[in-house]
Design a protein around this ligand. Structure first.
Ligand SMILES: *Cc1c(COP(=O)(O)O)cnc(C)c1O
Length: 385
């Protein structure tokens, strides 16, 4: 697998940096498009928040996916990367006026609305501009996802969406607003979901809600089930492309679309996670009282997932094929949580070795910070090197 990294080229680049394998990214996008083509009415958006590197976005836009945005900044990033405004959807519990106005001015395809208060503001801002805002209501389906508690979003206790019991009354309110066109329902239950049963539970919930609306003769043209498909962090080489077939087949089998209805998806992590690695160098190897540390030049400022979610990332010494030794791989930041992995078996490492922290293409570079007055990491794609 080391063959997949252009190591000699890496030698010339200052670490830490992100590397995106665009062959893998294109293969992943091809796999998605292939599966989606098998199902009538399926539409896929890429969740910009997973990775907004302009070169990565550009490749995804070229593959024909739409964009799922959660801020005005993401709307701008997706437009610059070449996503058509007609394929942009915009969710978020706290949309500011300028963000709504941007969406209206650019004629994005849909606002995924999370409260009545927001609906009123969108209606008013649309009226001032003489526009009609296309809107889907984000419903909190109270469906649990078997994932880390910080990344479940579809439970009744989470801040996201409109409660199911309020759905009909909010639909009534929306229908009466002059500058709102209600076009769908939106859901998103969480992230890094590998159990298809969780998506099946969402399908059942959506079916219930659709039946409820049908009794009131309400038919909406779009159902958007969000994203959340997980990836295999343990085996980035063996399972480099997620099981899109099972994912889309689950929805095709269990979610009953009405005549002419479209089913929208918003995949983030599953699109970009495996193609990205954080490349860092070993600075020092230090023998502590009870542990041996490999101190690398990347830190939680470059990749916060291990510190924030106790996330596992596979770590490899790509400069050595030597015998293995055990290390806690840690960064230079002044926080005890600045640890990439504990008791990691690496090919024995020394100062200057290149270390790859794998499966870091999603929620990596985009979450980088300047804490400790650090520089933000640069992202390179295959074609840059
Ligand atoms: C984060 C998010 C997604 C993407 O989630 P992934 O787990 O990366 O697929 C999709 N839709 C919404 C509304 C989100 O907030």
């Amino acid at each position: 697998m080391k063959g997949r990294f252009p190591i000699s080229k890496f030698q010339e680049i200052e670490t830490p940096f992100y590397y995106y394998d665009t062959d893998l990214l294109r293969d992943t996008l091809r796999a998605i498009n292939q599966e989606v083509a098998k199902h009538e009415g399926f539409v896929v958006h890429y969740a910009i928040k997973a990775n907004a590197n302009p070169k990565v976005l550009n490749i995804i836009a070229q593959a024909g996916l739409g964009a799922d945005c959660v801020s005005g900044g993401e709307i701008k990033a997706s437009l610059s990367a070449g996503f058509s405004p007609r394929k942009i959807v915009y969710a978020g519990v706290g949309k500011a006026d300028w963000e709504i106005n941007l969406g209206l001015d650019k004629d994005i395809s849909c606002f995924n609305v999370e409260s009545t208060a927001e609906l009123e503001v969108i209606n008013e801002l649309a009226d001032r501009r003489g526009k009609i805002a296309r809107v889907a209501l984000r419903i909190n389906p109270d469906v649990g996802a078997h994932t880390h508690s910080n990344i479940t979003t579809g439970l009744a206790e989470n801040k996201f969406g409109i409660a199911m019991r309020d759905m009909e009354s909010v639909i009534e309110i929306a229908t009466e607003m002059a500058n709102i066109q209600l076009i769908g329902l939106h859901f998103h239950i969480g992230s890094q979901i590998l159990n298809m049963g969780d998506f099946a539970a969402l399908c059942n919930r959506v079916n219930d809600l659709q039946r409820q609306l049908e009794r009131r003769k309400i038919m909406l043209e779009n159902i958007n089930v969000g994203g959340g498909l997980g990836i295999d962090y343990t085996h980035p080489n063996r399972v480099s492309i997620p099981d899109f077939k099972s994912y889309f087949d689950t929805y095709a089998r269990l979610l009953h679309l009405r005549e002419g209805q479209k089913l929208h998806f918003e995949l983030g992590r599953a699109v970009v996670a495996q193609c990205g690695s954080l490349i860092t160098r070993t600075l020092y190897v230090k023998q502590g009282a009870v542990k041996q540390f490999a101190i690398v030049d990347a830190g939680m400022t470059d990749l916060i997932r291990p510190a924030l979610y106790q996330a596992y990332h596979k770590i490899e010494n790509i400069s050595s094929d030597g015998p293995k030794a055990t290390y806690d791989v840690v960064g230079p930041i002044c926080e005890s949580s600045d640890v990439f992995g504990k008791s990691v078996d690496l090919n024995e490492t020394k100062r200057g070795d290149l270390i790859a922290i794998r499966s870091a293409g999603a929620y990596g570079e985009i979450m980088a910070s300047q804490y400790n007055c650090r520089r933000l990491p640069t992202g390179y794609i295959t074609e840059d090197l």
